[in-house]
Ligand binder design. Structure first.
Ligand SMILES: [Zn+2]
Length: 321
């Protein structure tokens, strides 16, 4: 198999009614019109920023190079994970995503289990995860109609550095006060239950069909290892925070005997990947570099930044997809 060097990805800034107009200092970006709520870091329409495939849509690269990206065990040629940063100035809708079985019933390849890592949080920041014990589907439906659904939701406090797991079927809502890195199965199905009177479409029947009253959603306890912290090790992805260092070798960032794809995300600071087989690749603040399964050896250096040291998060799809 030929090698495929690590490559940068250009983010896509997506307008959302609940977002921010000014994303500084997270990104050097001020919206002209609609506020920006989501920055898609690995969307199908994101463009490869560096290397031999620069300019290509990520989905097209996965279709062409799935084995080099995902490894020989990959079962699908699709991009498995969607990474975003989320900027909520207002409450997002109360929503739910289908699991794989329900998504496939409606003709989509996979459902959406996701997790949120809090890059920052104000005192008192909260999100809603699941419903309170004893709440029934009939009650949820009545409360959607009455506009009182929030009273049945389970509020969870969020502090910087927290990881929250949101398995498919969990009713959830993101509220203002935190800046989140979202990792999710690459699926476009969101069923909106309640939208605080905004005129966007609701999907009440499907949201009730997708809802599981009891799920595993909640805060995940980090697991401290010698040179990293395992933030989450879940069904579809794992995420680690790598301890700061002047430089790290690819071996320490690839993991496992049969490494697959990994994404490197700079939560703060900046990095640079260098290796004998490719031109240097920059990892900008809040940017992503993809490390394919077939990447040649490289070194990741802390590139130095006004923000201080590189705070590196490594996200990998779990198992062959
Ligand atoms: Zn969601």
């Amino acid at each position: 198999m030929t090698t495929l060097p690590p490559f940068g990805i250009d983010p896509i800034f997506v307008g959302r009614v609940w977002g921010f107009r000014d994303l500084r200092p997270w990104y050097d970006r001020v919206a002209d019109d609609d506020p920006i709520g989501e920055v898609w870091l690995t969307g199908d329409d994101c463009r490869v920023a560096t290397g031999p495939h620069a300019g290509k849509r990520l989905a097209a690269l996965f279709a062409e190079e799935h084995e080099a990206l995902l490894g020989p065990r990959a079962r699908s040629s699709a991009s498995p994970l969607l990474l975003k940063t989320l900027f909520a100035r207002e409450k997002l809708s109360v929503q739910v995503h289908p699991d794989d079985a329900m998504a496939q019933k409606y003709g989509e390849p996979r459902g959406k289990t996701e997790c949120w890592y809090a890059l920052a949080a104000e005192p008192g920041a909260k999100v809603a995860l699941g419903v309170k014990p004893g709440v029934t589907l009939v009650q949820i439906e009545e409360e959607i109609r009455a506009g009182t659904l929030e009273t049945s939701l389970n509020a969870v406090a969020v502090a910087a550095g927290d990881t929250l797991y949101v398995d498919a079927g969990t009713i959830h809502a993101i509220w203002p006060g935190s800046i989140l890195l979202e990792t999710q199965q690459n699926c476009d199905l969101t069923y909106r239950m309640f939208d605080y009177g905004r005129p966007r479409e609701l999907h009440i029947a499907k949201s009730l069909e997708a809802t599981k009253l009891v799920t595993r959603a909640g805060k995940i306890a980090p697991q401290q290892l010698a040179d990293r912290t395992v933030l989450i090790d879940a069904e579809y992805f794992d995420m680690e925070r790598i301890a700061p260092a002047e430089s790290r070798t690819s071996a320490s960032l690839r993991g496992g005997e049969a490494p697959g794809l990994a994404y490197l995300f700079a939560a703060s600071g900046a990095g640079r990947l260098t290796g004998p087989e490719f031109a240097p690749v920059d990892l900008p603040p809040r940017g992503v570099v993809a490390v394919p399964a077939a990447a040649p050896d490289f070194v990741l250096e802390d590139a130095g930044s006004a923000e201080g040291r590189l705070d590196l998060i490594r996200i990998a799809p779990h198992g062959p997809e």
